[in-house]
Design a protein around this ligand. Structure first.
Ligand SMILES: O=C(O)CCC(=O)C(=O)O
Ligand SMILES: [Fe+2]
Length: 177
């Protein structure tokens, strides 16, 4: 549903939607359970450092009681208040690449709480692990040149094993300019 709406919003439904839908239906899902112990000195550390998610979309179930997730917006960190019975939906690197920059992968981090531990569950969705992710050809033109290199899981592993990740994030490593 979400992916359909996004493809429609990008103007791709009438053109090559069937190929895309099929690939997404056969796509990958990675579930991550995060546990952040309480920390007596929360100003000295982070639960999770700033990053963007590898994948197309992340559905995140936040702890209902203990906040901690922050997104970077206009150069500031903004706390994402937990909303009962709802998922936070994050745009990941693959959607930024696929949409040739029309959607922006969101940088986020997690603070720790001085008194209570926090739990979150993230479900990362993308194309199959062996698929190549590239800007949709329909979104590349003279007016909107291709911004990202081809990207697959192997390139992510290569990046993680390299020294590059100390200097820039994965998405930056895929930029052509
Ligand atoms: O714990 C959270 O709220 C966010 C977790 C997260 O960013 C991740 O698992 O990638
Ligand atoms: Fe994340």
């Amino acid at each position: 549903m979400l992916v359909e709406a996004i493809l429609e919003g990008l103007g791709l439904v009438e053109n090559d939607s069937f190929d895309h839908f099929k690939e997404f239906e056969d796509g990958s899902q990675l579930i991550v359970a995060n546990y952040y112990p309480s920390c007596p000195e929360p100003d000295l550390t982070l639960g999770m450092p700033p990053h963007s998610d590898y994948g197309f979309l992340t559905l995140l179930l936040q702890d209902q009681e203990v906040k901690g997730l922050q997104i970077q917006h206009d150069g500031r960190w903004v706390t994402v208040e937990p909303i009962p019975n709802s998922f936070v939906v994050n745009v990941g690197d693959h959607l930024e690449i696929f949409s040739n920059g029309r959607y922006k992968s969101v940088i986020h981090r997690v603070l720790v709480n001085p008194l209570k531990p926090r739990i979150s569950i993230a479900s990362l969705h993308s194309l199959p692990f062996n698929s190549m992710i590239r800007p949709s050809p329909k979104l590349v033109s003279d007016a909107s040149p291709r911004l990202y290199k081809d990207t697959d899981f192997a390139s992510f592993i290569e990046y993680m094993a390299s020294h590059e990740h100390k200097n820039k994030n994965f998405l930056e490593s895929r930029r052509l300019t």
